[in-house]
Design a protein around this ligand. Structure first.
Ligand code: A2P
Length: 316
């Protein structure tokens, strides 16, 4: 399995298990299956609402198998309601308690958007957001760096940040994010972000690598393109005696990103990890390169304000 190194030399495996949209009652078994199958990287977040069940699975695996906590890379993410600097460490500690861990390997600021602390779900009006002068991103970031100094997290990063927002943060901090987790797949290839990451020693994780077809209906559009049914992807899969999902996952790894396919199905959890065994050739890469639309499955509209407070979150 390909691994990447953080700036201090710590390593992380390229393929992780995603847990967004993994239902209660299923996510714990998915995590146990993944760890028993050989995954050593699990991607979580407070807002997924399932960290307590993931934590029970960790507890069981670490106490009843040979797999040790320190062999597994665990990521979690700070939700938008806890961006005020005094709220960051309490939110992180809640994730640690739920996950039954003493430390996280990686903590990400989930979105460059702040909600008022009491907001449930997504804001219904602009006054449910915290303007940037009340919760500046640099202050949220510095609180995350404090958590790193305290040993609560090993690495700090962000998610859903554009190059523009990263550049803004770079002017203000000496400790630049070690990771940006963003949507990447053949319809949204984000080559500029991958190049920017390399230039700044920042790793990139690709989310929604399979097109996230199980996301809630309000986040979907009727005419969205299917990655798993794409003809080019299917013909490349056939050529390598593999599956479309394996082609999509291996494509992400061969572009030097981490990738976190979500599944709660034991067969597909295994299939996704086994994508490490296929090798795409230059011709495959050339054909997939042509598929870039660009198309976002997660357009962040539910997080944008009517006013210009939080507009065009991705700066594209
Ligand atoms: P399931 O959990 O039933 O396996 P993404 O990672 O882009 O968010 O996509 C997740 C969606 O892809 C889920 O609906 C998941 O369903 C499905 N999925 C995961 N692995 C595979 C696979 N190997 N083949 C087909 N669909 C998959």
């Amino acid at each position: 399995m390909k691994t990447y190194r953080f700036r201090n030399g710590d390593s992380v495996e390229a393929i992780g298990l995603g847990t967004w949209k993994s239902d209660p009652g299923k996510v714990g078994d998915a995590v146990k299956t993944a760890l028993e199958t050989g995954y050593r990287h699990i991607d979580c977040a407070a807002i997924y609402g399932n960290e307590a069940e993931v934590g029970a699975a960790f507890d069981e695996i670490f106490s009843t198998t040979d797999i040790k906590r320190e062999q597994v890379h665990v990521t979690s993410k700070l939700w938008n309601t806890a961006h005020k600097k005094e709220d960051v460490i309490p939110a992180l500690k809640k994730s640690l308690t739920d996950l039954r861990l003493d430390y996280l390997d990686l903590y990400l600021m989930h979105w460059p958007v702040a909600f008022r602390p009491d907001v449930e779900g997504f804001p219904k009006s602009d006054d449910e957001y915290l303007p940037l002068d009340e919760a500046p991103i640099i202050e949220t970031w510095e609180a995350m760096l404090d958590a790193k100094k305290q040993g609560l997290i090993r690495h700090a990063g962000v998610s859903n940040f554009s190059i523009e927002k990263l550049e803004d943060l770079r002017q203000k901090t000496d400790d630049f994010p070690e990771m940006n987790q963003v949507e990447i797949h053949p319809y949204l290839q984000q080559q500029a972000m991958i190049d920017y990451g390399k230039k700044n020693s920042m790793l990139i994780t690709a989310y929604s690598p399979l097109g996230s077809k199980d996301r809630p209906d309000p986040m979907k559009s009727d005419d969205e393109p299917s990655l798993l049914e794409n003809e080019v992807i299917n013909s490349i899969a056939k050529k390598h005696d593999s599956t479309p999902a394996q082609v999509l996952i291996k494509w992400a790894v061969e572009r030097d990103t981490l990738v976190i396919p979500k599944s709660t199905n034991p067969g597909r959890i295994r299939e996704n990890l086994e994508s490490a065994e296929i090798n795409l050739d230059d011709g495959d890469h050339a054909k997939i390169k042509e598929l870039n639309i660009p198309y976002r499955y997660l357009d962040a509209e539910m997080m944008e304000t009517e006013s210009d407070m939080y507009q065009d979150i991705f700066d594209d």
